[in-house]
Each structure stands twice: as structure tokens, then as C-alpha cells.
Design a protein around this ligand. Structure first.
Ligand SMILES: N[C@@H](CCC(=O)N[C@@H](CS)C(=O)NCC(=O)O)C(=O)O
Length: 264
């Protein structure tokens, strides 16, 4: 039995959901509401010390971090294999996953989201800065974990409030897309002729960039190979299952809005 702690719309959860869908695996869903800070509750911190989604449970084993989870799933569930057979392509897959992992997507999302969603996300970070010290005080056994979380949250808040830093993160998107485009002019998928874990990771990222209105970077005649690739990714059934149907249920949205704006 596979169990996944995840959140609707979360980039890192989507990477795992894509792999589960590609492999047609059944899983038990434990949705967390990040807007009511369920991920910061002591019971979840005990499972995932960083208080982030996703977390996978398989045969009583707890696995955290999306890059580790997707590799684990590919090792445990062989059909279809999402790691290329040739060592050179395996190396390439690690390169593409690592490149994405190093890119500050959280800062990019929190710094660029416009409208009400952006406001909600940025307010949630400020609320976390006040909430975590209280949780730390009430749960002395988890002091270290909450202290580390608070540091991360303070860092995130300082980055997203700094327009220059967000601008400099944004300026790194196009060179990244150019790298992808160059590869995709040579091969259909990032690691050759077959779809791999690298493609699942970049599906979630490109979709988020599109949501954040960076899709113009591969529109028109810019990066045509990347544009065709994104269309191929969107045509896969896994995209519908893991991303298009990944909407936050209304009661969760309302609970989140109440928490963020009315502190209830
Ligand atoms: N490196 C981790 C990052 C996980 C992560 O940052 N998850 C975000 C959602 S995409 C989260 O849980 N944010 C809530 C929070 O930090 O409070 C992974 O890939 O699993």
C-alpha cells in the first residue's frame, strides 16, 4: 500500500503524482492544507521533519523529498521503467533532475504569483513566522525541527520581499529554458527516445512557469522544440490525472482563506 501526504497544486507533490500516474499505481491520499498549516502540526513534523510535502509511506517506510521519492518509486515499481537503460542517459537524467532541484522554484512561485493567490501565499509566510515560535514553545521535543523551519521561512520571506532578488531569479529562467530547448532539438525527451523521471520533473515545473505567465518565453517562434515538448507532456494521460485534476477542494480553500485573512 502506498500512501502519499501531499497538497493540491504543490509543485513537489505534483512530481510524485505524475510518477504514480505514469505507473498507474493506486495510492491512499492524505491531503494537507498548507493554508491552514497542517504541515506544521507536530504529528506531521514527526513524519517529515522539514514540514513540507510530499511524504510517501510504503511498507512502513517513510520517504521524504520528491527527488528521492520518484527514484524510489521507479526502483520499486518497474513498469514502465522511467530510468533510461544506457548509463550515459542515466547520468543525463541526474543532471536534469539536479538542475531543477537547485532552481529556487519556491521563491519564484511566492515572488511572482499575482492576484489573490499571490497575496494569500505571501501572507501565509508571514503568519508562519509568528506561528512557528508558538509551536516550538508548545512542543519542546521538536524544538530543533521548528527552529530549522523558522530559519527557512525567515529566509523565504526576506527573498520574496526583495524585488531585486526576485528579478534576478526570474532572469535565470530563460537560460534554463534555452538549455532544455537545445536538448529537445536533438531528442524527443530529455534523456533520449524514452520518457523518463527527468521529464516528469520538468512537466511540473513548466506547468508552474506557464501558470505564472512565463509561457511567453516559449511562445511564438521562441524555443519551438521546447514548445512542442510541453505540448507532448500535456497530452499525456498522467498530466490530466496528476496536474489538471489537482484542484484544491472548495472546503479546503475556504478554510485556508478563513485562516489567512481572519485568523480562524
Ligand atoms: N525538496 C523538497 C521540497 C518540498 C517543498 O518545499 N514543498 C513545499 C510545497 S512544493 C511545501 O511543503 N511548502 C510548505 C511549507 O514549506 O510550509 C521536495 O522536493 O520534496
Amino acid at each position: 500500500m502506498l500512501e502519499l501526504y501531499h497538497a493540491s497544486g504543490s509543485l513537489c507533490s505534483q512530481k510524485v503524482k505524475l510518477v504514480l500516474a505514469e505507473k498507474n499505481l493506486e495510492w491512499k491520499s492524505h491531503p494537507l492544507n498548507l493554508l491552514t498549516f497542517e504541515n506544521l502540526q507536530p504529528s506531521y513534523i514527526q513524519l517529515n521533519s522539514k514540514g513540507v510535502v510530499p511524504t510517501l509511506i510504503h511498507n512502513d517506510k517513510v520517504i521524504t523529498d520528491s527527488a528521492i521519492i520518484i527514484r524510489y518509486l521507479d526502483e520499486q515499481f518497474l513498469h514502465p521503467k522511467l530510468t533510461p537503460a544506457e548509463p550515459a542517459f542515466v547520468e543525463k537524467m541526474s543532471y536534469w533532475i539536479g538542475l531543477q532541484d537547485k532552481f529556487p522554484m519556491v521563491e519564484l512561485i511566492y515572488g511572482n504569483f499575482r492576484g489573490i493567490e499571490g497575496l494569500v501565499l505571501r501572507r501565509s509566510v508571514q503568519i508562519k513566522e509568528r506561528l512557528i515560535p508558538k509551536l516550538m514553545q508548545a512542543n519542546s521535543g521538536l524544538k530543533e525541527q521548528y527552529a530549522a523551519k523558522l530559519k527557512d521561512v525567515n529566509q523565504l520571506n526576506s527573498t520574496i520581499r526583495n524585488a531585486k532578488e526576485i528579478e534576478s531569479i526570474n532572469a535565470k529562467i530563460e537560460p534554463l529554458l534555452e538549455q532544455l530547448d537545445e536538448q529537445l532539438r536533438q531528442t524527443d525527451w530529455l534523456c533520449g527516445t524514452t520518457y523518463s523521471l527527468a521529464d516528469t520533473v520538468w512537466t511540473a515545473v513548466l506547468n508552474w512557469l506557464d501558470e505564472l505567465k512565463f509561457g511567453y518565453l516559449w511562445a511564438d517562434n521562441k524555443h519551438p522544440a521546447l514548445r512542442a515538448y510541453f505540448n507532448r507532456l500535456k497530452a499525456r494521460p498522467s498530466f490530466i490525472t496528476a496536474i489538471k485534476s489537482d484542484e484544491m477542494p472548495l472546503p479546503m480553500i475556504l478554510a485556508g482563506l478563513r485562516r489567512i485573512f481572519l485568523s480562524i
